[in-house]
Ligand binder design. Structure first.
Ligand code: AMP
Length: 315
């Protein structure tokens, strides 16, 4: 049985970035999440694709050990999204969304999926996110969700009610503001936690991410890449690293959440190094370990045992 179940989109994206344009590349929230988490834990995906879905794309997921029995094929075309990052690499401007097969999709979980201990409700219609949560046989150990501006605009009540049932929400800064009506990141996080989850992870593009938990706050930078090729999927890859780590250590205490956020940043940094999944799908254990080490170095500023105060007398 897979440790992690993810429901989300599987898509063909067309993106414009400062590095160029890439048409009809494999994408979708569940795709990036599955591939990123597959390096750490067993994952099963629930989504729908159309008749145009390439067998190589399903094979790529399988080659990563992703369990695809919940990846249904329906009549029609696969979900399409097109977006541009030309103005700002941290903000996707949606040019077009075509739901296609997602318009008529009702996820029906197999028995083997219903008891997954870790559930990620990736960015997709909140009705579908809720329907998957409702079908779980027992309350998973950890339920996390993501969303985006489209659903905050069109499905706010469903989203707000979903928030009552999740442990962690992963959301980008602009969406956190939009959902809560609060401007500052800490104020928005406070409002998110009041909605129900025990922690909120606010993703800030090239500025990293902040974990706001009822008991602590932890900030992780993004890896300082000189060249970001395609920011698409950074958020979902972060979530894949984050959940993959928690599922692998089977723990979600403060230390585990901090480390999970670093692993999330590691995966996001790989995702943006190539168009689509080009870089993310071809990582070795050494690549991942090396970048994790780079994060340790990036965030280290004193040795353990030096205490909490400044190393000199404040005047
Ligand atoms: P992110 O990790 O936030 O960059 O997510 C990028 C992915 O989200 C793209 O690969 C898109 O296919 C997918 N996406 C965009 N809009 C939607 C939507 N309305 N519902 C579900 N997935 C979407």
């Amino acid at each position: 049985m897979s440790r992690i179940l993810v429901v989300g989109s599987v898509a063909y994206d067309t993106v414009e970035t400062s590095a160029g344009r890439s048409a009809r590349q494999l994408g979708g929230s569940a795709t990036y999440f599955s591939v990123a988490s597959s390096y750490l834990a067993d994952v099963a995906v629930v989504a729908v694709v159309g008749e145009d879905f390439a067998s190589e794309d399903r094979a790529m997921l399988r080659a990563h050990g992703v369990e695809t029995s919940g990846l249904e094929q329906a009549a029609g075309d696969t979900f399409r999204w097109s977006g541009s990052y030309r103005e700002d690499p941290n903000t996707a401007v949606t040019l077009e969304t075509r739901l296609n097969v997602f318009a008529g999709f009702t996820p029906r979980l197999r028995d083997s999926h219903r008891s997954a201990p870790y559930l990620f409700l990736a960015n997709i219609d909140p009705e579908l996110q809720s329907s998957v949560l409702d079908q779980m046989a027992a309350r998973p150990k950890l339920v996390a969700c993501d969303t985006m501006n489209l659903w905050i605009d069109s499905s706010r009540p469903t989203l707000v009610s979903l928030m009552r049932s999740v442990d962690t929400v992963l959301i980008n800064e602009a969406e956190a503001r939009q959902l809560t009506g609060r401007r500052g990141i800490a104020a928005a996080a406070e409002a998110l936690l009041e909605m129900g989850p025990a922690s909120a992870v606010i993703k800030r593009g090239e500025y990293g991410a902040v974990v706001f938990h009822r008991d602590f706050t932890f900030a992780v930078p993004a890896y300082p890449l000189v060249s970001v090729v395609d920011p698409t999927g950074a958020g979902d890859s972060f979530a894949g690293g984050f959940m993959g780590y928690l599922a692998a250590v089977d723990e979600a205490g403060p230390e585990a959440l901090r480390c999970a956020a670093v692993v999330g940043s590691v995966m996001a940094s790989f995702a943006v190094e190539g168009f689509g999944l080009d870089r993310l799908k071809s990582l070795s254990a050494a690549d991942i370990n090396e970048r994790f080490g780079a994060f340790v170095e990036l965030t280290r500023f004193r040795s353990l045992g030096e205490g909490q105060g400044l190393p000199l007398a404040v005047r």
